[in-house]
Design a protein around this ligand. Structure first.
Ligand code: DGT
Ligand code: CA
Ligand code: CA
Length: 570
């Protein structure tokens, strides 16, 4: 039993309790516990096995510690089982529909008697939905569109959560007899911010053995379908997995097909047709003779194209670019010279400056910017001017002491309601760079929000706008800002926007990364790490940047400190 599975059980319980109208504190306790478990560097099951007391963990009391133990021992939670029996199954299904949290599901039941997706569909079609408080015409239209689309309509899983499952599953499948290659394809491989399900392609001379091993994976809850070369299952965490076993000769073609996107594959097929070729998951065929299929490179070559990186396969112009030899050289981890946004335990991080600096050095970085919160962020233990001044001295001393890494003096300064910065100019002037961020008043009108941020950028010390839309995937909508205006304002003033790699943020996202590139605005790829391990979130920031077609030249932290310093000069 892994932490994310336990977290999934607590989240289900919180959803059902919330629909039921339970005490909000109780609901929040389960959600906090789930969040803690998802971020825990160690398996709770291992800690229990060593006899550790889980109630010592933050946000875990006696009761929750007992429930974790119950889940680890029995694979289930009696409280949840009991609640499931008394809650109509359709209600829980409703929470899987995008845009419908438990609060809204409760309202639907109480106001309209909706108890299932079918009931919701009727309410949307009849127009009753738009009249509910907090729903409106737009939500109704989204829900209608949802029922019109062919996707089975599952709640989507954040990329980082899917990654944990994918890693365990791949490690497990590597034990299958005769397997040659395993690729996690689909939206996961394209680094989409969320995935509907995992699509796994395995090359093997004995597909049956792969299927048999897969079917015995201990995280499987239900098997939706199983054949000789394919299977679909749902895991206990709620995630669905599709698996296909292919012969080696078709492996590349299957990877292309199952990596998608569907739109990209359709465009490839059309291109094939124009050349008298048939393209499918088994290969590229001229009449009935296979001319490619073993590797992805062969498949693209047969279509007269270079290999297109998975992150670009969205039918957003990549095939035309590939044809002209104009695919971008995408930025990669090896290009990154430092991280420009991390926290320490001075504010809400876990580790101290020295530990963060050493961890950055171990990752081959040349520099690392310490950006603790400022005092307005009280719950994050934000720094007062005098605490920041002391931190600046501390960094000077550490820079004398440590070799091989330069610690940059910075701060994640709150952008206040009127656009001023939450730190006096005299202190800002001592920093190497200033990262500005909005942490409250998210719902101003787009024009006012934009002006607030531009006002902050007007400050000559301002360098980088952190997580520009402030969205939390699946939890908080992006703030409404006029993004083109913001980007142009940054360009005019010589400041930059951030692509934040926190798994629930991914902000800017792929579309905005590409928008920045097209306007000539460079971005900072940062992790917003709150612990040494989170420095590895750079891969998620890179995922969105690559989906946004960014090359090393489009990213400021691919530069040496000397060059970065002159880019930061306004
Ligand atoms: P997801 O799971 O919603 O995050 O998105 P994908 O892209 O992983 O989509 P999924 O799992 O439905 O299918 C995986 C890939 O398989 C998809 O990107 C393209 C291919 N595929 C699946 N169904 C079809 C289909 O009906 N037609 C075509 N051309 N390709 C398909
Ligand atoms: Ca998928
Ligand atoms: Ca699928």
């Amino acid at each position: 039993m892994h932490n994310d599975e336990i977290a999934g059980i607590f989240e289900q319980l919180a959803d059902l309790l919330e629909i039921d109208g339970a005490n909000p504190f109780r609901v929040r306790a389960y959600r906090n516990a789930a969040r803690l478990l998802r971020g825990l560097p160690e398996e709770a099951a291992d800690m229990l096995a060593r006899g550790e007391d889980l109630s010592q963990l933050p946000s875990i009391g006696e009761d929750l510690a007992g429930k974790i133990a119950e889940i680890v021992e029995t694979g289930r939670l009696e409280t949840l089982q009991a609640l499931k029996k008394t809650t109509p199954a359709g209600l829980a299904e409703l929470t899987r529909i995008p845009g419908l949290g438990p609060k809204r599901v409760r309202l639907l039941r109480d106001a309209l008697g909706v108890k299932s997706p079918a009931g919701l569909r009727r309410a949307a079609m009849s127009g009753k939905l738009a009249q509910l408080p907090g729903f409106g015409v737009k939500t109704q239209a989204n829900i209608r569109a949802y029922f019109d689309s062919d996707r089975s309509g599952e709640k989507r899983t954040r990329l980082a959560d899917a990654e944990k499952v994918a890693q365990r599953l791949v490690a497990y499948l590597e034990g299958a007899a005769d397997r040659k290659h395993i690729v996690v394809a689909g939206s996961f491989r394209r680094s989409c911010e969320t995935v509907g399900d995992l699509d796994i392609v395995v090359a093997s001379a004995s597909p049956q053995k792969v299927m048999d091993r897969f079917a015995a994976f201990d995280e499987i809850a239900t098997v939706a379908g199983k054949g000789k070369t394919r299977a679909t299952v749902r895991l206990r965490s709620g995630l669905q997995v599709d698996i296909r076993a292919m012969e080696l000769a078709s492996f590349g073609a299957a990877c292309v097909y199952f990596t998608g996107s569907k739109a990209h594959c359709i465009a490839l097929r059309k291109r094939g047709v124009s050349k008298g070729l048939k393209v499918n998951e088994y290969g590229v065929f001229r009449r009935d003779k296979s001319i490619a299929g073993e590797t992805e490179k062969d498949v693209y070559a047969a279509l007269g194209l270079p290999l297109i990186p998975p992150e670009l396969r969205e039918d957003r112009g990549e095939i035309e670019a590939a044809e002209k030899g104009k695919l971008p050289r995408l930025v990669a981890l090896g290009d990154i010279r430092g991280d420009l946004h991390v926290h320490t335990k001075a504010s809400d991080g876990r580790d101290d400056i020295r530990a963060m600096a050493k961890a950055a050095r171990a990752r081959g970085y040349d520099y690392l910017a310490i950006c603790d919160h400022t005092k307005h962020a009280r719950i994050a233990h934000g720094l007062t001017p005098s605490r920041l001044e002391r931190q600046i001295d501390r960094i000077d001393a550490l820079n004398e002491e440590l070799s091989g890494i330069r610690i940059l003096k910075s701060s994640e300064v709150d952008i206040l309601a009127d656009g001023s910065l939450d730190m006096p100019d005299s202190v800002l002037a001592k920093l190497d760079l200033v990262v500005g961020a909005v942490h409250f008043d998210f719902d101003l009108t787009p024009a006012r929000q934009t002006e607030r941020i531009i006002r902050a950028m007007d400050h000559p010390a301002f360098s980088i706008l952190a997580h520009p839309t402030c969205r939390l995937i699946g939890a908080r909508d992006p703030m409404r800002v006029q993004m083109e205006r913001l980007m142009d304002a940054a360009l005019e003033r010589g400041c930059y926007l951030e692509a934040n790699g926190q798994p629930e943020r991914l902000d800017l996202n792929d579309v905005y990364c590409r928008m920045a590139k097209e306007r000539g605005l460079k971005l900072a790829l940062s992790t917003d790490a709150h612990s040494t391990e989170q420095l590895d979130f750079m891969r998620f920031s890179l995922g969105q940047a690559r989906r946004g077609w960014l090359s090393p030249g489009d990213v400021i932290n691919t530069r040496s400190w000397r060059d970065l310093k002159s880019l930061l000069k306004r």
